[in-house]
Structure formats: C-alpha cells, structure tokens
Design a protein around this ligand. Structure first.
Ligand SMILES: [Zn+2]
Length: 221
C-alpha cells in the first residue's frame, strides 16, 4: 500500500525529533555536506546508509551505472553546485559489482534508450576487449568493467573545468573511486584518489603499469 509510506514517514520524523528536538530546524537552515556522492540508481546501493551518514551530510547524484558524462547538464549542474557553492571536500564515484547497467552494456544486446546512456560503458568494453575476452566467466567480466567504469568516471571528473578551476584557486578537493559489493555490504577503495592538478592523471598511472607478462614460448626439451 502506497499510504504505508506516509505512515513510515510520520514514524521516522517523530523518531528523529524525539532523539534531537532541534534536528529539522537545524537541517532546514542550511546544508553543509563535505561529500558529493556519484552512485548508481540501483535500489540496493543507498548512498547515505552504506556510509552511515545523516541527511545533510552527503550531496547525492545517482544515475544508471554511476556515470559522470562531460556533456550531461544534470550531472554538470550537480557538480558545479557541489564544488562552487557547497564547496565539498571530496567527490566520491561509487560503482557496485554486478551493476545491471554495466551488464547491459557488456551484453551488446539492444535495450532501447538506455543503450545511448550506456554508450561510454560500451566504448570501455570495446577499448578493453582484448583483456575482457580472456575472462571466460561473464560475471567476472562484468565486475572488471564495473571497476574500470569507476576509473573512467574519476578521470572525467579530474578533467572537468569546474574541478580544475577549484584546484587552480587552491580549493581543497579530492576525487575518489570506490566500489561497493551488494554481497557483503562492504566498500572497497580502488586507490585512484586525485587531490589536485599536480597529481598524475589516471591514464598516466595506467600507462606506467607494466604490461601483463606474456608466457615465453619455450622450445620443447
Ligand atoms: Zn548499477
């Protein structure tokens, strides 16, 4: 029953006020979150809950497959407001394993409008096809693309003019790439954090990684 949601809301608001009578008055006066969260729309990845933060502590933007596309006016409006007005200290891109959006992009099947939205993920799959083709298990392939997709979105944000301008002004701002597992409720840091313009770009970090060692073909005997 949809009306049940209003009953739940009444109980929630009453509980909050019981614990802290000034809670809503204080919250209504202003928001001062330290974090911008960019996550997937998936209902199993509730931003505030999994990091244990209250309303007012996390500025949230969610879409299918946690994308940060450089041409998306919705995302860019959120980013500019978070960086220039709220002056968040941290931007967190949080993907999750088993993401349905990633799965759809990797499958190569047609799903309609969402295929256009997921085009950056499909491009990633083509870019890394040689490596992905070597992973036989489809779920394992999905999970690797989930991680790579987070890296790509961090890179989009690091290159974004609002973020570059903030760093040029000396504004403290870090960008992080994390991934969440629905299986155990735990977050994992993908260790791609960037804290300013002096940091090497993720592409450069990737390029410095030694290529996977090829097995040398020995001569029998
Ligand atoms: Zn997802």
């Amino acid at each position: 029953m949809i009306s049940e949601l209003f009953d739940r809301n009444l109980r929630w608001a009453a509980g909050r006020t019981r614990m802290d009578p000034e809670y809503f008055r204080r919250l209504a006066s202003q928001q001062g979150p330290e974090y911008l969260w960019i996550g997937c729309s998936d209902s199993r990845v509730p931003a505030n809950e999994i990091v244990g933060l209250d309303p007012g502590e996390l500025f949230v933007h969610r879409n299918v497959a946690n994308l940060a596309p450089p041409q998306d006016a919705n995302f860019l409006s959120v980013l500019q407001f978070a960086v220039e007005i709220l002056k968040v200290r941290h931007i967190i891109v949080c993907g999750h394993y088993g993401c349905g959006g990633v799965r759809a992009a990797l499958s190569g099947e047609r799903h309609g409008l969402i295929d256009h939205w997921l085009q950056p993920v499909a491009c990633l799959c083509r870019r890394d096809a040689a490596e992905l083709d070597g992973i036989l298990d489809f779920d394992a392939r999905v999970n690797l693309v989930c991680e790579r997709n987070v890296l790509d979105q961090v890179e989009n944000i690091v290159g974004n003019p609002f973020v570059r301008d903030a760093w040029d002004r000396g504004q403290p701002l870090s960008v992080h790439g994390w991934i969440y597992s629905i299986q155990d409720g735990l977050l994992r840091d993908l260790e791609t954090s960037v804290h300013g313009v002096e940091e090497p770009s993720i592409h450069r970090v990737r390029a410095q990684k030694p290529p996977p060692r090829r097995r040398r073909r020995g001569i029998a005997g």
